[in-house]
Design a protein around this ligand. Structure first.
Ligand SMILES: Cc1cc2nc3c(=O)[nH]c(=O)nc-3n(C[C@H](O)[C@H](O)[C@H](O)COP(=O)(O)OP(=O)(O)OC[C@H]3O[C@@H](n4cnc5c(N)ncnc54)[C@H](O)[C@@H]3O)c2cc1C
Length: 395
């Protein structure tokens, strides 16, 4: 993904973000308690124009780039990580459509995305293969110039509310699982069935409402993003980098939000009576937390540079940092909140009804290592370390 457009006005984007933050703040606790989709926050995001952040200005969008994605994802997630992730994953889908959609699909879809009419959910996981991104088992079937799909989708963030879906499919019945096509379908083009007796009741990220669906329907060949069997290229150039940058920014933003809340507490008049700000242990803990936030932010900035500039997305050092970012952000953002629970103590850090959101964030961020398994990425990176004998660091 390259960022050739003129950067949008930062103040204008900031104002749009400011307009939605109170709505996220007001609903964060409730969507977690009810494990319900954040309908009002999504409506605010639709109205704000931010659903079209990455849509080019020529198609009516804000023409934002990866830097903008990072900042907005972090701010939203500082209020509600579920809503932040819903928005960030939508932007990941938009980036794939902007970078690789056919002219017909773009002409039809991008203005609707820009207007906030279409919220796009992601379908890559599949029962047979678990999380493995670059393979698919359910095949496309072609008839009379049309493309038919029939797909189980075990976990789809916002699937019940999405207006459109980007779905990975095996390109044909005779294709290998690695020949993957990425297909866009409007909800109206699909029969969307919810699994019988399904209830979404996870430990955290409860507001993402990421339940199982079954999708079937028919689309035009032009709805295949990146061409038939072309998902690998879409994934390497856009889908994976934007995904890792977006997720990492959300997790970082949530962890930063936790630190802001704890600093407000310990520095308040009441907090100064309860917490000893001269304590070496307290200061060392806060220093570690801040270091984790700063190193994650620095790695995000480097991966944004890699993604914007790298002529070869498969270069081992680029891949190592990209996978490493996801693993590092997942581990360290969770560690930050874990340490802040220690700092804040039982009353402020552990009770569910404490004013600080640490208990919720602890449960939410526990998902980050699973949301595309860190084990998979560490396995891939271990192999790449052996190849990159020059140890190409970003120095
Ligand atoms: C909050 C949330 C929202 C999500 N939203 C979506 C969504 O919208 N759309 C979507 O398609 N998916 C979504 N997912 C699914 C996600 O992207 C992963 O695909 C899924 O969490 C993987 O589940 P898994 O751990 O069972 O499977 P796998 O990744 O298949 O892993 C299964 C087990 O095998 C281990 N393992 C796998 N590969 C290796 C390896 N190479 N080396 C060592 N161990 C390995 C893993 O550690 C794990 O224990 C979401 C997940 C979460 C948590």
């Amino acid at each position: 993904m390259t960022t050739t457009q003129t950067r949008p006005d930062q103040r204008e984007i900031g104002d749009r973000v400011e307009s939605v933050l109170p709505v996220l703040r007001d609903h964060a606790r409730q969507v977690d308690a009810d494990a319900s989709f954040p309908t009002a926050p999504l409506k605010a995001l639709r109205d704000s124009g931010l659903m079209g952040l990455l849509v080019p200005v020529a198609h009516g969008g804000l023409g934002g780039g990866l830097d903008d994605l990072v900042r907005v994802a972090a701010e939203l997630s500082g209020e509600c990580l579920s809503t932040g992730m819903i928005w960030a994953m939508h932007c990941q889908q938009v980036a794939a459509l902007v970078g690789h959609g056919s002219p017909e699909l773009q002409a039809d879809l991008l203005p609707r995305l820009a207007a906030g009419e279409v919220y796009v959910a992601s379908v890559t996981s599949e029962k047979v293969k678990g999380g493995h991104l670059l393979s698919a088992h359910a095949p496309l079937r072609r008839e009379d110039g049309k493309v038919h799909l029939d797909r189980d989708a075990p976990i789809v963030t916002g699937g019940s509310d999405a207006d459109g879906f980007l779905i990975t499919m095996k390109d044909s019945e005779s294709a290998q699982p690695a020949e993957v096509s990425l297909v866009y379908a409007d909800r109206e083009q699909l029969t969307v069935r919810h699994a019988e007796g399904f209830s979404w009741d996870p430990m955290g990220m409860r507001g993402t409402h990421s339940g199982p669906l079954h999708l079937s329907g028919t689309v035009a060949e032009s709805a295949i993003v990146g061409g038939a069997g072309g998902f690998r290229d879409v994934a390497l150039r856009t889908f994976v980098p934007v995904g890792h940058i977006a997720w990492a920014s959300c997790w970082l933003g949530a962890a930063r939000g936790a630190l802001r809340a704890v600093l407000e507490l310990v520095r308040s008049p009441a907090g100064r009576k309860q917490f000893n700000l001269e304590s070496d242990l307290l200061r060392a803990r806060l220093a570690r937390v801040r270091l984790d936030l700063d190193t994650t932010a620095a790695l995000i900035a480097q991966v944004v540079r890699d993604t914007s500039l790298a002529p070869d997305p498969e270069a081992p050092d680029v891949q190592l940092r990209l996978n490493g970012l996801k693993v590092h952000a997942a581990e360290r953002s969770f560690a930050v909140v874990d340490t802040l629970v220690e700092v804040a103590g039982l009353r402020h850090g552990y009770l569910r009804d404490a004013p600080l959101p640490l208990e919720r964030l602890f449960r939410d961020l526990r998902s980050s290592s699973l949301n595309y398994a860190n084990d998979r990425l560490l396995g891939a990176n271990g192999a790449l370390v052996l190849v990159d004998r020059g140890v190409g660091l970003a120095l």
